[in-house]
Structure formats: C-alpha cells, structure tokens
Design a protein around this ligand. Structure first.
Ligand code: SAH
Length: 400
C-alpha cells in the first residue's frame, strides 16, 4: 500500500468529541491529541482517546480547524470519499431544485451547510464557479471528480475556478489564478426576481454576486416606495429592485469598480426600472453623517455593510460600526418608513444585532418595530449543529 492510501487515525479530546456528537463538524488544532501523521488534505479516521471511531474527516495541516468531519462512518479508501462527495453533490443539487425559484443564479454547494466543508459552488446561468477553501478539495483527483460530477448533474459546460488568494495562503496552498477549468466561457448574464445582472467570473468580490440576499431584495421591495437609499450597494442588488417601485433611488458604495458594474446593470434593466438611480462613490460613514446632518429623509433605507467582525475578537469595534450606521439611518427614515438592515458577520449573533439596533433606536428617539427577521437565501442552508452556517441577518424594521 502506498503511503497516501493508508488512512491515519486522529485522536481528539473529549470536548471535541462532544462537539461532534452535537452535530458540529470542526475539530480545532488544540483539540487534536495526535494527528497520526496525516498529510495535507488527507482523509483520516477520527477517534476519541479510548480509540472509539467517531467518523471520517479531512485534515488540514495549516488551518486552526484541523479536521472537518465529512461522515460519521468509516471511509476506508479514497474511492469511498469520492463516492461520498458525489452523493453529497447530488443531494445539494436536488435540494436547490426544491427550494430555489425565480432565478438562474444560486449557490449550489454551501460548504458546511451542504456537508461538504470547505467547498463552494455557484451556478450563474450557464456558468458554474467553484472555490476551494481547504487543502482537501485541492487534490487533483478530488477536484476532477467534483468538477465532472457537477457538470453532469447540472448540464453546465462552463466551469471557472475562483481563487481567494488570502484563503489559499492561509491553507498553504500554491497560488493560482482564477481560470476557466472546463468549457470556454467566464462571463454571462443572470437574473433574479426578474432583474438582470452581468456576471464576470474573473472579477468581482467574493464569488461574484451576493446571491445570499436574493430573497431579501424581493422582501425589501414589498415595503418600498417614494425615495430610497441603498447603502453599500455593490453592483446594485437592492437598488435595482427598489427602482422598480420607488420614485427615486440613491445608491452608494466605496468601490468605483462595483458601481461601474451597477450602472451597466441599470442599463440592462432599463425596461423595468422606472426611476433613475443615482450612484455615489463614497464612504458610508461619512456620507450618512453628512446626509443626516443636512436633514435628508427617505421612505426606505437599506444598510448592507461588509462583515465588520471577522471573528469574536473584533466584536466591540464592529458593534460600534453597526450602531453608528443604524443610528444615522434611523434618524433619516421618514415616519412610517422602513429600514432594511443587515449583518453578514457570523460573530455577531442575531441577539447581538437586535441589541445594537435597539440602542440605535433609543438614541435616535424613534420607536422601531420588527417587521421581519430574515436570513440568507435558502440556497445557503443553515445546518443545525453548525451555528457558523447561520451568518446573515437581515432585519426589516418599521420606523415610527
Ligand atoms: N448590498 C450588496 C452587497 C454589499 S457587500 C448586494 O446586495 O449585492 C458590501 C459592500 O460594501 C461592498 O460593495 C463594499 O465595496 C462596500 N463597502 C465596504 N466598506 C464601505 C464603506 N466604508 N463605505 C461604503 N461602502 C463600503
């Protein structure tokens, strides 16, 4: 047997074993008592201190999350792992068929949420993109199996690998360029809720569009009218939906590149969008302060800032950021208007977020009602037992 085909045993602490029993899939490096000499990305058997098998995991030699459980069973060969991956991909594709509507762009595989920890796959109309976040899925045989299986399941010919340089560096994976790995196309248009968007797999942030907000765009539009302000608009997701129903929309973002795409998206939807959108390149903190000071008022404001807290460590400054933006926004919502406010930091819990929204409401001297507590779209499933899969909070507030 070759070295790589020996399945090593990783021994974990009782605390980590209890976490796995509760449905979590991560084992931190500090809880691995002995990694059995597992290599980067290796399939391992996870056992407790008494030697009892808890399941099979993929190993990372670089991450603080040293083991990610992929099955509670013993996978004994590389083929077992590949078969499991194929089954999980099928399950993920079938789930989307059941829960996704009104769009040809959605997340097809959401990492831990789809029990394929460290793997993201998105469908954008006729293009698939994938992103590898852990050593495990960077192994050529596994990558090839993943790509050929999703192509087969979706009938999509074009596949682009999207690279997050920072993640590859943290995982100690060799640097790569984002590139086409199958077919020949890397840009297309897609639509959601009847609005069309440009998509270029070789540029843009994250994996391109913010697919997780799709259902929230439609929800926000239900309450929108009059004048709206979309803060941190990126390529215009909320703004374009609001422009179908509002008389005037102002959208701001700090990224010129994002706003350039947003303007092209506006043109693409000229038949649908009834009001002209004013795109403003600005820092949200500065512009909201200026607008609030000059007494501007809106019937709807959307706040969708980037994740201020990347971890619990920078929670305090993140909460100050949320407080400031929400306070200024609440002051600017006309009585009877709405604030749609989001946090995409996992580290900020729903309870924390509602708490900071209340502080902002008290300081703004406004009575604020919770109309809807929303989250990421259904194609980003929240897996019970893995709280980190619940990251997006989107709260729709009526500001009295
Ligand atoms: N609402 C968007 C997604 C927003 S992502 C959508 O639905 O598609 C967060 C956006 O905030 C990014 O486009 C980023 O460029 C922008 N951003 C980050 N810091 C900012 C700041 N200080 N002021 C304004 N925009 C900012």
């Amino acid at each position: 047997m070759s070295e790589s085909s020996v399945i090593r045993k990783a021994v974990i602490s009782d605390r980590a074993a209890a976490r796995l029993r509760n449905g979590h899939v991560w084992v931190y490096a500090s809880d691995v008592l002995n990694d059995g000499g597992a290599g980067a990305g290796a399939l391992v058997h996870v056992v407790n201190a008494k030697g009892k098998l808890l399941g099979s995991a993929v190993h990372s030699s670089a991450s603080q999350i040293k083991l990610r459980l992929v099955s509670k069973e013993a996978l004994n060969t590389e083929d077992d792992l590949i078969n499991l991956v194929r089954e999980r991909l099928r399950e993920a594709v079938n789930y989307r068929k059941q829960v996704v509507g009104d769009t040809d762009a959605y997340r097809l595989v959401f990492s831990e949420g789809d029990r394929l920890p460290g793997l993201i796959i998105d469908q954008y109309n006729d293009i698939l993109t994938f992103q590898v976040l852990t050593q495990a899925w960077d192994r050529p045989q596994r990558r090839d199996a993943i790509v050929s299986t999703v192509r087969g399941l979706t009938g999509s010919e074009h596949v682009v690998e999207r690279v997050d340089e920072r993640i590859r560096e943290l995982e100690q994976l060799p640097q790569l360029e984002s590139q086409i790995v199958a077919g020949n196309k890397s840009s297309t248009t897609f639509s959601m809720n009847g609005i069309r968007f440009l998509y270029d797999a070789q540029s843009g942030q994250k994996t391109g569009a913010f697919l997780d907000q799709r259902e929230n765009y439609a929800a926000a539009a239900q309450f929108a009218r009059g004048e709206a302000l979309d803060v941190c608009s990126y390529q215009g997701g909320f703004a374009l939906h609001l422009a179908r129903v509002c008389d005037h929309v102002t959208a701001l973002d700090i990224s010129r590149e994002a706003l350039e795409v947003a303007e092209q998206n506006e043109k693409l939807n000229s038949a649908q969008v009834r009001s002209e959108i004013e795109w403003i390149e600005a820092n949200a903190f500065d512009l909201l302060r200026d607008y609030a000071d000059s007494g501007r008022q809106y019937d709807m404001i959307v706040l969708d800032p980037p994740a201020f807290a990347k971890s619990k460590k920078n929670l305090a400054p993140a909460m100050r950021g949320y407080k400031e933006l929400n306070l200024r926004a609440m002051k600017m919502v006309r009585p009877g208007g709405f604030l749609v406010t989001c946090s995409c930091s996992f580290a900020v819990s729903e309870e924390d977020f509602l708490g900071v929204l209340n502080e902002a409401a008290q300081d703004a001297h406004r009575a604020v009602k919770v109309v809807e507590k929303r989250t990421q779209a259904k194609d980003h499933p929240i897996l019970l037992g893995v709280p980190e899969t619940y990251y997006l909070k989107c709260i729709i507030l009526a500001v009295v």
